[in-house]
Write a protein that binds this ligand. Structure first.
Ligand code: ADP
Length: 304
């Protein structure tokens, strides 16, 4: 199975004609309540592809937790490692999207952020029989590092999505524990100081990241595609041509596709292409976890 350790949120999404000014009240165009958080999104996206997956982390003990657990279970995610915290609320994100598609996002990490590395042993059982560990940065960085170390010690490859990049950057030791690191353009800029605008600049940034530890560096360039780099080879995968309407969670679906393809034995060029198809399909539908494609949909796009 693939193990995911990360955040579970409930997203409150509102669509408005324009953002409210201070003191102003607006009627919204529409609103919805959805599962979110990079951990939950990545776990659901793996499950959609038909791969065994388990999620570990924390929710609160509240109505939002019940909603999150039900959605995860329905998608087929093993949630035995998802703990309920009596003292903190389930993570929430308040997302406003205007007519131009711009967004404003406020996050209350709640239970996701309430545990440091002293809690690593609580999450460790999710690593039993794991073929790969997927991590992101929506938890305490000390805990993320401890989990990466636990996986590394067991010989389990770690795929690190450095999102969001903490103000203080990534702990140096975390790079050394990651086999694969998958920044997007903004994260690449934050980690290396280089803005990856094309294949050459992305490969320059990748060299900087390789020097810090990861064997494989994958730079997600949104609608411009993706650049991958290992010590043995480099490559560029152009974007699949799709009608993108909502890019939320494209990166999460990409990572889910990459982990699934690699654990099924694909080589790097093949796995990155599969992942890019997953990311592209995610942009054709609204929502986060809801937008994740099935294996059949990916196969259809790859054969087109
Ligand atoms: P993130 O969501 O982390 O910012 P990106 O926006 O870079 O990540 O998207 C991840 C991957 O999904 C891209 O590298 C690409 O393969 C695919 N993708 C994203 N946006 C598009 C798009 N508009 N058209 C085709 N593929 C896309």
């Amino acid at each position: 199975a693939i193990a995911v350790i990360g955040s579970t949120n409930i997203d409150f999404v509102v669509h408005v004609a324009r953002f409210a000014r201070p003191g102003e009240t607006l009627h919204v165009h529409s609103s919805s309540t959805e599962l979110g958080g990079k951990g939950a999104n990545q776990a659901i996206a793996v499950a959609r592809l038909g791969q065994n997956v388990a999620l570990a982390g924390w929710t609160g003990q509240d109505m939002l937790a019940e909603m999150a657990r039900a959605t995860l279970a329905e998608a087929g995610v093993n949630t035995r490692g998802l703990m309920a915290d009596a003292t903190a609320g389930t993570g929430r994100a308040f997302i406003t999207i205007n007519h131009a598609g711009q967004n404003q996002i406020l996050v209350d990490g709640g239970a996701n952020m309430a545990h440091g590395d002293q809690c690593a042993a609580i999450l460790a059982p999710v690593l039993d029989n794991a073929a790969m560990l997927m991590l992101q940065m929506e938890m305490d960085p000390h805990l993320v590092l401890a989990m990466a170390r636990a996986a590394h010690e067991r010989g389990i490859p770690v795929m690190l999505d450095p999102a969001p990049v903490p103000d203080t950057g990534l702990p140096a030791a975390l790079y050394a524990m990651a086999s694969i690191i998958t920044p997007n353009e903004i994260e690449t800029q934050a980690l290396t100081g280089l803005t990856p605008t094309d294949e050459a600049t992305a490969l320059a940034a990748a060299r900087i990241l390789h020097a810090r530890g990861p064997h494989t560096v994958i730079i997600k360039l949104g609608h411009r595609g993706v650049v991958w780099s290992t010590p043995a080879a480099q490559g560029f995968v152009p974007p699949f041509r799709v009608k993108a309407i909502d890019t939320v969670a494209a990166g999460d679906c990409f990572n889910a596709g990459l982990a699934t393809a690699l654990t099924r034995g694909a080589d790097m060029p093949e796995a990155v292409r599969f992942a890019a198809a997953c990311g592209a399909l995610a942009t054709t539908r609204a929502g986060a976890a809801e937008a994740a494609p099935t294996a059949d949909e990916v196969a259809t796009l790859l054969d087109a």
